[in-house]
Design a protein around this ligand. Structure first.
Ligand code: ADP
Ligand code: ASP
Ligand code: MG
Length: 404
């Protein structure tokens, strides 16, 4: 007998038939003798719609009210899944974040889980009841509903798995595992049977949305065994494991892309000590994450600074910089939202040279201009015009010999 968390994403609970399918899968595990806790996302499309409502009313909406709105999607599917289970004769009850409680910090819209009370859930499972937990949501120190950032139900699932000491956390989604790149962009992408935590963490952080970055971070830290698999088939999925458990380690494990970033350039800032702090300090104070950064060489005592922020923070970032104009002393800000970040990731990069070179050469051969470059120990990222996303990912997938 094992204790399992089963998490179902938006497409897996997109309508009542699919919720019935989820209930059948859960009951099958219970019937096989396992203790099961379920975590659900909102129905596909619902969170986008709720976010859209908030943005339509106010572009600079109150993040606490945003959370009150967008957390409702998961409340609906948790209740419906519990009903579907009961219909099959399986005892079940829904749990909202605050009822458990899933305690988070107070960063509304991107809260971090700080603690989960797991005892009650364990008690319920022991008497044969299936807890169905609303993913994506928690309760903040201000006693208000928080949400965990887009894709956050993955993190709810891993955090619950850690809290109830589950043997496994199965993430059911609309693809049957983790691939060398998004199989929707490259049909010839290869399914991986195993991937190292570190590689998955890096892939997630640069845009492979199959798992939310924090879920991987948490799984790594809490030693939760995560498996990604499809709720529509019985194919074996992909296990996220320690590096030394991956037998056939390639130099490049995968390629990811993100169209979620926007580029800002602050032009003709005085080239003096402290200027980077003057630009990025106010952004940090406004909790805006900056990702890629380049600073040009200085000519005539001024320089240009280019960097990227999440598209959702774009309007605020511009505003913050405009407010700080007198202190920074720049000539103008230019912006481009029509960009994509393409990244190649692999632990093999630590010991093999030439990965970045292959990337630059491959993009050059396709006439794709590179705007910004960043690297880490196991990753190279470039920013390119958004219209080249598919072309770049496909070309790189072939160049690194990842095609199936
Ligand atoms: P869910 O709603 O189940 O959480 P998501 O849409 O968040 O599903 O994540 C699954 C999607 O992630 C897939 O449909 C796929 O398009 C995308 N994806 C991106 N990169 C990868 C990858 N390397 N492997 C598998 N899927 C990927
Ligand atoms: N429903 C939320 C979202 O769409 C959380 C999730 O699906 O993981 O971002
Ligand atoms: Mg997701």
């Amino acid at each position: 007998m094992a204790r399992i968390v089963m998490k179902f994403g938006g497409t897996s609970v997109a309508d009542l038939d699919r919720i019935r399918n989820v209930a059948r899968r859960v009951k099958a595990e219970v019937d096989a003798g396992h203790e099961v806790a379920v975590v659900v996302s909102a129905m596909a499309g619902v969170t986008n719609q709720l976010v859209g409502y908030c943005q339509s009313l106010s572009p600079l909406f109150d993040a606490r009210e945003y959370d009150a709105v967008v957390a409702t999607g998961e409340q609906v599917t948790a209740g419906l899944t519990a009903i579907a289970l009961q219909e099959l004769g399986q005892e079940a009850r829904s749990w909202q974040g605050w009822q458990i409680a899933i305690e988070t910090d107070g960063q509304h819209g991107k809260a971090r889980i700080e603690g989960i009370e797991g005892d009650e859930l364990i008690e319920r499972m022991k008497i044969g009841q299936v807890p169905v937990i609303a993913g994506f949501q928690g309760i903040g120190p201000d006693n208000r509903v928080t949400t965990l950032g887009r894709g956050g139900s993955d993190t709810s699932a891993v955090a619950v798995a850690a809290a109830i000491k589950a043997d496994r956390c199965d993430i059911y989604t609309d693809v049957d595992g983790i691939y060398t790149t998004d199989p929707r962009i490259v049909p010839g992408a290869k399914k991986l049977s195993k991937i190292a935590y570190e590689e998955m963490l890096e892939l997630a952080s640069v845009g492979a949305k199959v798992l939310q970055t924090r879920s991987v971070e948490l799984a790594m830290k809490e030693r939760v065994r995560v498996q990604v698999l499809s709720s529509f088939s019985d194919e074996p999925g992909t296990l996220v494991v320690d590096e030394d458990e991956v037998v056939e380690q390639e130099i490049v494990a995968g390629i990811a892309y993100s169209r979620d970033e926007a580029k800002l350039t602050v032009r003709r800032v005085p080239d003096r000590p402290g200027i980077a702090a003057a630009v990025f300090g106010p952004l940090a104070d406004a909790s805006i994450n900056v990702d890629m950064i380049v600073q040009n060489v200085s000519a005539d005592g001024t320089t240009d600074m280019t960097f990227t922020v999440g598209k959702t923070d774009f309007a605020r970032a511009k505003q913050v910089l405009e407010n700080a104009r007198a202190e920074i002393g720049y000539a103008e800000i230019t912006a481009d939202q029509n960009v994509a970040k393409i990244s190649v990731v692999g632990v093999g990069m630590r010991s093999h040279a030439g990965v970045a070179g292959t990337m630059f050469k491959t993009l050059a051969e396709r006439g794709i201009n590179i705007q910004v470059i960043t690297t880490s120990e196991i990753k190279v990222s470039v920013l390119v015009a958004a219209e080249y996303t598919e072309l770049a990912v496909r070309a790189l997938h072939t160049a690194y010999q990842l095609d199936a």
